[in-house]
Design a binder for this molecule. Structure first.
Ligand SMILES: Cc1cc2nc3c(=O)[nH]c(=O)nc-3n(C[C@H](O)[C@H](O)[C@H](O)COP(=O)(O)OP(=O)(O)OC[C@H]3O[C@@H](n4cnc5c(N)ncnc54)[C@H](O)[C@@H]3O)c2cc1C
Length: 445
């Protein structure tokens, strides 16, 4: 079994999906092992079952966001976070439907909503549900509500803990199903694992990061309002990574503060002794990069991600499609391929607003000496004497450059969300197999 898992990424991915379903349904199966103490009608049993599955799924969210390398290596962070988002809506619906069924089938239960007079178990349920509602609303509409990312992230963690703790207190308070020893053991184990994951993410992982610090060596200005931050490991060998992967960076503060930001490495995957991150000035944190002093301490959590040419050693060649700062993972792939003297063809389609904005413009030109690299620049506001491509990366443009044997290449896209969607649709229309298309989203949240 272990050999099979090690050999096939599909088997590994299927294993984790199976594990997820088994854990989500486990409380229900254990509950069914013993008949409930008294017979109740079908709708009550059904409603309780939904509540239990919903609660187990909320507890499992801690595992999805704990950045467990083995799970991330199968899917990539953005797919896991997308799953985390969608599955939270499923869990939320189950938890909301659970009391609604009770209210409809037995209207007297509506009295449980009277917070002053209701028993504690019902109060716990109300608090858990309110925590979940606020959690879902602030996550879906964070940007429209104007909530900055970092306070939101802290609030998100607190609300998630409240939802699980009060949800469990409600289930224990009802004491109908949970009065059997093994059922209590099971729920306590789920609660302890969720708590451990939280401690692991907030304390254990940061503690390991403090053991492997980095120092800022250089801060290099680039075209397009981008600054390259070069880090050198201090007292250790540095982080090995596959070109195209990313890491979470904490600068100048303790990693326990959890003020970290994700950035793709833009340097060669074969040089862990000097890691480079090219960072576009966009907001609170990225605005400060230009002022970072050499010698500043940095901590890295990584590498993460599956957006890498290294996973496709048997591909006949690669098509890289970047928009603006989406060039960083591509740069790492190209520099690494160049150093390794990779003789496969690389096509880079690179969209920018103006010619002056093109990050790594000069560096890219030097790469084709050792690499079979074709670069197609696409400008939205080209200079007057421009004879290259203009406008947007659309189906017609792609058709002119990508090879006729479309399935022979692997395609990597990293750009603004709108461009990524349009390019993905265009590649689909051009019969590029969807399994050959890989995307990295820079806006996870
Ligand atoms: C996998 C990945 C790789 C990335 N690689 C690069 C890169 O190579 N170069 C580059 O310039 N940018 C990269 N980014 C984007 C970069 O992480 C954000 O631009 C940066 O975190 C914004 O922080 P800010 O405080 O300056 O901006 P803000 O104005 O505070 O935030 C702008 C938006 O960035 C996102 N964001 C903010 N803080 C965080 C955080 N701590 N974690 C996650 N998202 C956050 C939120 O969606 C927020 O709305 C990458 C993002 C991801 C997910």
């Amino acid at each position: 079994m272990q050999r099979l898992l090690m050999r096939s990424p599909v088997a590994v991915a299927a294993f984790w999906i199976g594990a997820y379903i088994a854990i989500a349904l486990l409380p229900l199966l254990v509950l069914l092992l013993h008949a409930p103490p008294e017979a109740r009608n079908f709708w009550i049993e059904f409603s309780v079952a939904l509540g239990f599955i919903g609660l187990a799924m909320i507890a499992l969210q801690f595992a999805l966001t704990a950045r467990i390398n083995r799970i991330e290596a199968s899917y990539g962070v953005d797919i896991i976070l997308q799953f985390h988002r969608y599955i939270s809506l499923v869990a939320f619906s189950l938890i909301i439907i659970h009391p609604l069924i009770l209210f409809v089938t037995d209207p007297e239960t509506l009295q449980l909503l009277n917070f002053i007079e209701a028993p504690w178990r019902a109060r716990f349920a109300v608090v858990a549900t309110l925590a979940l509602i606020v959690l879902v609303v602030t996550s879906i509409w964070r940007k429209s509500l104007g909530i900055p990312y970092e306070p939101w992230r802290i609030l998100h963690g607190i609300l998630a803990v409240c939802a699980v703790v009060f949800g469990l207190a409600h289930a224990l308070g009802v004491n109908y199903y949970l009065n059997l020893f093994w059922k209590i053991v099971l729920w306590s184990a789920i609660a302890v694992i969720a708590l451990w994951l939280l401690i692991y993410v907030r304390l254990v992982k940061p503690w390991f990061m403090t053991k492997k610090p980095y120092l800022v060596e250089d801060v290099i200005p680039q075209r397009g309002d981008v600054w390259t931050l070069a880090l050198r490991p201090r007292g250790h060998e540095g982080m090995r990574f596959q070109p195209g992967q990313f890491a979470w960076i904490t600068l100048d503060i303790s990693p326990f503060r959890m003020r970290e930001h994700p950035f793709s490495m833009s340097s060669s995957g074969d040089h862990p002794e000097r890691l480079e991150f090219s960072i576009k000035t966009l907001g609170d944190f990225t605005n400060t990069i230009k002022d970072v002093k050499p010698g500043t301490k940095a901590f890295l959590d990584g590498p993460y991600g599956v957006f890498t040419t290294d996973r496709y050693w048997d591909a006949a060649g690669f098509v890289l499609i970047a928009g603006g700062i989406g060039i960083t993972p591509m740069m790492s792939m190209l520099v690494t391929a160049c150093e390794r003297k990779d003789d496969r063809p690389f096509l880079l389609i690179y969209a920018n607003k103006t010619w002056e904005d093109v990050t790594f413009r000069e560096e890219l030109d030097t790469l084709d000496e050792n690499l079979d690299l074709t670069i197609v620049h696409v400008l939205r506001q080209p200079p007057e004497d421009w004879s290259g491509e203009t406008g947007y990366v659309d189906k017609e443009l792609l058709e002119r450059y990508i090879p006729l044997h479309r399935g022979s290449r692997q395609y990597f896209i990293c750009a603004a969300p709108k461009m990524m969607d349009q390019v993905e649709a265009a590649l689909y229309d051009l019969d590029v197999p969807t399994t050959n298309v890989h995307m990295e989203h820079f806006n996870l949240v």
